[in-house]
Design a protein around this ligand. Structure first.
Ligand SMILES: [Zn+2]
Length: 422
């Protein structure tokens, strides 16, 4: 059994490609571990209470859950559309306030945390190995938090934030308030995976302060916590991390109007998980073309009766065992396609069939076998939806009255906003 905790989305805005990369990378790790015979317990949390969520709820004058619920559903639809296996458990922060309070009480009792004016802070100075994960030296740290009333040391971070007007609140021994962001993962990892688990994952942007703080809280409370840390690289555009104004263009829903979900999954899988990915639409489209080569060969023969998949070529297995080297593994799949076409040219049908089975086995492990019902059903629905969309756009464009035409296009756009397929 392998236990994995992956920091999941903060459900405040619909998913963009940077957030989805992590999910696809860890889905491949999940699948590879299962393929090699492990049972996997996979816990991915949902952060449904946090500063940005509260900020949006106050700005729009709606309850916090009216911000999080539709966004959570958009994430679920996207994970499913990209073929990510469902986690074993998907706990929400707001469902685990008692567990978080219990953890804070342990930290206060052992001198690793203190209450000040209704807030509770983790005392960084009480934990000598702070900075071990990120390499950030505690003595160089300054406070990054605004709620620092009563902090004894500017490096300390909030475990519990006292109630502020208009914010969601829960009762606690220190008065009403809400948890700090880092705490939820420590509490939920303990509840679902135990005091020691195998792999903790997330994007490299989470190493500091989030993961450093998670580790400090959990270890100070006596848990061994993660045995291994695995971090995926960021998605950048022109060398920059994704900023707010880039989000629309990089929203998964926007990208899925350009390429199919299976092609977007291939694009995200094809770079080594630790490398930064420089995003461009041209790169996504090029990657789709590369995938189509594999897909055409995989679909060249009928799927046949369900039997055990063909054995994986050793280059593929070795690549996957070497720190999940998916680019190298995909090179093995492309080489098998080349060999398959060569066999077809030589009229060697049995050899071509063997290569076809190999390609499908390799793609299957990566969640990319186009014969998989997930993709075939999805492709058919999407093809029909695309055809209808084209007809609607043509009809709207044929409308002579300009205002009427613009109104029709707006209605089509509005309908697309709620469309899970396109
Ligand atoms: Zn986390």
């Amino acid at each position: 059994m392998v236990s994995i905790y992956l920091c999941g989305p903060t459900v405040v805005v619909p998913p963009h490609i940077g957030q989805i990369r992590s999910q696809v990378n860890f889905d491949i790790l999940h699948r590879w571990l299962r393929h090699t015979g492990y049972r996997v317990r996979f816990c991915r949390n949902v952060t449904d209470i946090e500063d940005k969520i509260i900020g949006r709820s106050l700005a729009e004058g709606i309850q916090w859950w009216r911000v999080t619920e539709p966004v959570h559903r958009a994430f679920d639809r996207t994970f499913a559309a990209l073929g990510c296996l469902p986690p074993s458990v998907e706990p929400r922060a707001t469902g685990h306030i008692p567990e978080m309070i219990e953890l804070i009480q342990q930290l206060v009792a052992t001198g690793h945390a203190y209450e000040a004016d209704g807030n509770v802070y983790f005392s960084v100075g009480s934990f000598p190995t702070y900075g071990e994960l990120s390499g950030v030296r505690a003595e160089h740290l300054r406070s990054t938090e605004e709620h620092d009333r009563g902090k004894r040391d500017p490096r300390d971070f909030a475990l519990w934030k006292r109630a502020k007007p208009g914010e969601p609140i829960w009762p606690a021994p220190w008065g009403e308030g809400r948890p700090g962001w880092h705490l939820e993962c420590s509490a939920m990892a303990r509840k679902y995976l135990g005091r020691e688990f195998d792999i903790h994952g997330g994007g490299s942007n989470l190493i500091f302060p989030h993961h450093e703080n998670e580790m400090a809280q959990s270890k100070a409370a006596g848990d061994s916590f993660a045995r291994f840390w695995v971090h995926n690289g960021p998605v950048t555009q022109k060398g920059e991390k994704i900023r707010k104004e880039m989000r629309n263009a990089l929203a998964v829903q926007t990208l899925l109007r350009r390429v199919r979900p299976i092609e977007l999954r291939y694009y995200l899988a094809a770079a080594h998980y630790r490398s930064p990915m420089e995003f461009s639409t041209a790169a996504v489209e090029e990657s789709a073309t590369a995938f189509q080569r594999l897909e055409r060969f995989a679909l060249r023969f009928p799927a046949g009766p369900q039997g055990p998949p063909a054995p994986l070529p050793s280059q593929f297995r070795q690549a996957m065992d070497q720190d999940l080297n998916v680019p190298k593994a995909l090179a093995a799949a492309h080489a098998a396609v080349t060999a398959g076409y060569a066999a077809l040219r030589d009229g060697d049908q049995p050899a071509a069939l063997r290569k076809n089975a190999e390609v499908r086995a390799m793609l299957g492990v990566l969640g990319l076998d186009p014969h998989d019902p997930q993709w075939s059903a999805e492709t058919r629905v999407r093809d029909v939806a695309m055809a209808v969309l084209r007809i609607a756009r043509n009809l709207a464009s044929a409308e002579r009255d300009r205002d009427q035409a613009a109104a029709l296009h707006r209605r089509i756009d509005a309908a697309l906003e709620n469309c899970a397929v396109l």
